[in-house]
Design a protein around this ligand. Structure first.
Ligand code: SAM
Length: 342
């Protein structure tokens, strides 16, 4: 039998069948989390066995293969990325791509609970900007939403991140009857602290022991209400993600909207999602996926991995259709957001 030669067989940018360049890789480094947000997880979640996880070295290898193929931005997420043991060694090794100029950005999305410990190291390893999820500034409501979270720890984490020089964007999920009356205050607070803020609609992912139609608050409604209070000017600002931004004249700062349900943001989709077990999802809102762990482990060179990545990108779908209404109140997708990291 012919040996497969150990040279790179594939190169060049990753372009999907619709001509979209894949330049953004989101990596869920763990499905575990120290919070149990009501819209994200059930309280008694069963997590993946540790043996199924890619090692940090393997995650580095897959990320680096994507960087070689033109990915310019990597976001580490989860679960909670900062609860993965030794996560800073991955951040440190990936930072070489920032230093070389191959990556424009290495960033992460976090619930902020571990930032007191890690903010300084993140900044030293070339992370310049982070997203921190804060849905409310009321400590009692915060506990009710996150089940296990402690707002004072997150606030200390935000202070540590600021002190370390990290730019912060707050992500807040808009929840009917929970934080809908607080959204104006959240915007004033974030902007007053020099942070951007993005509002997110709930997406129907994973069984959460509840009815999602109770939580769903269309951002079109939120935006209309905010326009009674603020002047919102559309701006072309882009971070490589799906948010659309406005500038709030009264605060002078940016406000983003992520609206998978009221506005389909697929036409400009540039991203794919890797799970901690090496499964690649080509669309947040579809079940189709590709296994990269098999090809990664089958060879020390990257030729099988590269071929699997090419094959996966050739299957990237045009888009998704999330629907939440009374007739569709089961999850559109069985997997939780913690698997693919939002
Ligand atoms: N633990 C980190 C955090 O809290 O940011 C990263 C992972 S978390 C899954 C990423 C983001 O997804 C958070 O802002 C969270 O609020 C959001 N999220 C989780 N489940 C969601 C859902 N069903 N719909 C909309 N956003 C969701």
């Amino acid at each position: 039998m012919n040996e497969i030669p150990h040279y790179r067989t594939v190169s060049g940018p990753l372009v999907d069948p619709f001509g979209r360049h894949v330049t953004y890789l989101r990596v869920s480094v763990t499905d575990r989390c120290d919070f149990r947000c009501v819209y994200c997880m059930a309280e008694n979640m069963s997590f993946l066995p540790k043996k199924d996880l890619l090692s940090l070295e393997e995650l580095d290898r897959v990320c680096s293969a994507f960087v070689e193929r033109g990915v310019r931005k990597i976001r580490l997420t989860g679960g909670e990325p900062l609860v993965r043991r030794n996560i800073m060694s991955l951040v440190e090794s990936l930072s070489r791509h920032v230093r070389s100029g191959a990556l424009d950005e290495l960033t992460l999305t976090t619930n902020g609970s571990q930032l007191v410990r890690y903010a300084g190291e993140l900044a030293r390893h070339g992370v310049r900007r982070i997203n921190v999820s804060v849905d409310t500034r009321d400590p009692v409501k915060f506990k009710a939403i996150t089940r296990w979270g402690d707002l004072s720890k997150v606030e200390a984490g935000l202070a540590a991140a600021k002190h370390a020089g990290l730019a912060i964007k707050i992500n807040a999920v808009a929840l009917k009857g929970v934080n809908e009356n607080e959204i104006e205050d959240l915007i004033r607070w974030a902007h007053g602290e020099g942070m951007d803020i993005t509002l997110i609609e709930t997406m129907p992912m994973g069984d959460i022991e509840g009815d999602r139609t109770d939580q769903y608050l269309p951002l079109s409604v939120v935006r209309a209400r905010l326009m009674d209070r603020f002047t919102l000017d559309d701006i072309p600002y882009k971070t490589g993600g799906p948010a659309r931004y406005v500038r709030v004249s009264e605060t002078g700062s940016r406000l983003g909207f992520i609206t998978p349900l009221t506005h389909n943001f697929c036409e400009s989709c540039n991203r794919v999602r890797l799970t901690c077990t090496g499964t690649l999802y080509m669309c947040l809102g579809q079940e189709d996926a590709a296994d990269l762990r098999g090809p990664l482990r089958a060879s020390e060179s990257n030729h099988l991995l590269d071929a699997a990545i090419d094959e996966a990108i050739s299957r990237k779908p045009k888009g998704h259709d999330f629907i939440i209404d009374r007739r569709h109140n089961k999850p559109a997708l069985s997997r939780h957001m913690s698997v693919t990291g939002g």
